[in-house]
Write a protein that binds this ligand. Structure first.
Ligand SMILES: NC(=O)c1ccc[n+]([C@@H]2O[C@H](COP(=O)([O-])OP(=O)(O)OC[C@H]3O[C@@H](n4cnc5c(N)ncnc54)[C@H](OP(=O)(O)O)[C@@H]3O)[C@@H](O)[C@H]2O)c1
Length: 241
């Protein structure tokens, strides 16, 4: 049985990834930071639906290196590592604080990269290791008012390009799924009018639903996708990139 860790399973895209992978026969470690109740309910639901698979909870604040390193002790086998956690900070870069930038870089880049270092040994065990980051179209195009977030997402694509070359011979692939705008709680601060303005800029005319993003995560985890590595796949409805 294959095992995946879904970091950010308490988020809207992460939850959909978990449901898709469970339906495809995976056993899962499901991570939350403060959304532990949501993950508990998800585990209850998936355990009932898929009784031959295992679903275990992992809790860590990705701004806390010790908590991230501690995850390693909680995992047994591991075939896939999916990073679907993330937050942004809206505002002019000139007015944001060092702490805003540090927080975004730590939880989306530095601490995930540290976890990968610690888990590489597990991922090479059966020559099937998969690492997938949720990036963003902003990592490619850049966005005013979300400069640190754009920087972090661009760094993930750069990391995937470089690290994929080191681990290809070990059977590990490293890729980024980079959505445009997705209808999740991350965008709940936008009013309906603001969302309608964004809709107008997107050639498809609407935000993506979470399952239109999770589909690509499942696709990259497929056995037949093993020759794809170092790539950033933009899933944007034709927007920006
Ligand atoms: N929604 C979009 O339009 C969009 C577009 C492009 C890219 N993305 C990317 O897609 C991914 C998923 O986003 P989403 O839309 O599903 O957002 P979401 O529903 O708001 O979920 C955010 C996730 O990040 C986790 N998280 C937040 N702070 C954390 C911390 N300090 N440590 C560990 N985990 C933390 C949350 O965990 P808790 O709730 O448990 O704290 C939650 O699981 C993110 O990487 C995001 O950048 C989203």
């Amino acid at each position: 049985m294959k095992w995946a860790l879904v970091v950010g399973a308490s988020g809207d895209i992460g939850e959909k990834i978990a449901c898709d992978l469970a339906a495809a026969g995976w056993s899962l470690y499901l991570h939350a930071n403060i959304g532990i109740e949501k993950v508990n309910k998800l585990i209850e639901k998936l355990s009932l639906e898929y009784q031959k698979q295992d679903f275990l909870r992992v809790q860590a604040d990705f701004n806390n290196l010790m908590q991230v390193e501690d995850i390693v002790k909680q995992l047994f086998a591991l075939d896939a590592l999916i990073f679907a956690q993330g937050t942004t900070h809206y505002g002019l870069f000139s007015q944001s604080t060092y702490a805003n930038t540090a927080e975004i870089m730590q939880m989306q880049v530095l601490n995930p990269l540290r976890l990968i270092q610690l888990l590489e040994n597990k991922l090479i065990k059966n020559s099937y290791g998969r690492i997938i980051f949720l990036g963003s179209v902003y990592g490619g195009s850049g966005s005013a008012m979300e400069v640190a977030y754009s920087t972090a997402k661009g760094a993930l694509s750069a990391f995937a390009r470089a690290y994929s070359k080191e681990v290809a011979s070990l059977g590990i692939t490293v890729n980024v799924i980079a959505p445009g705008a997705v209808d999740t709680k991350m965008n709940s601060l936008f009013s309906n009018d603001q969302k309608a303005e964004i809709d107008e800029q997107i050639p498809m005319g609407r935000f993506a639903a979470p399952d239109e993003i999770s589909y690509w995560v499942k696709a990259v985890l497929d056995e037949h996708a093993k020759y794809l590595t170092g790539q950033t796949i933009y899933v944007t409805g034709g927007w920006l990139k």
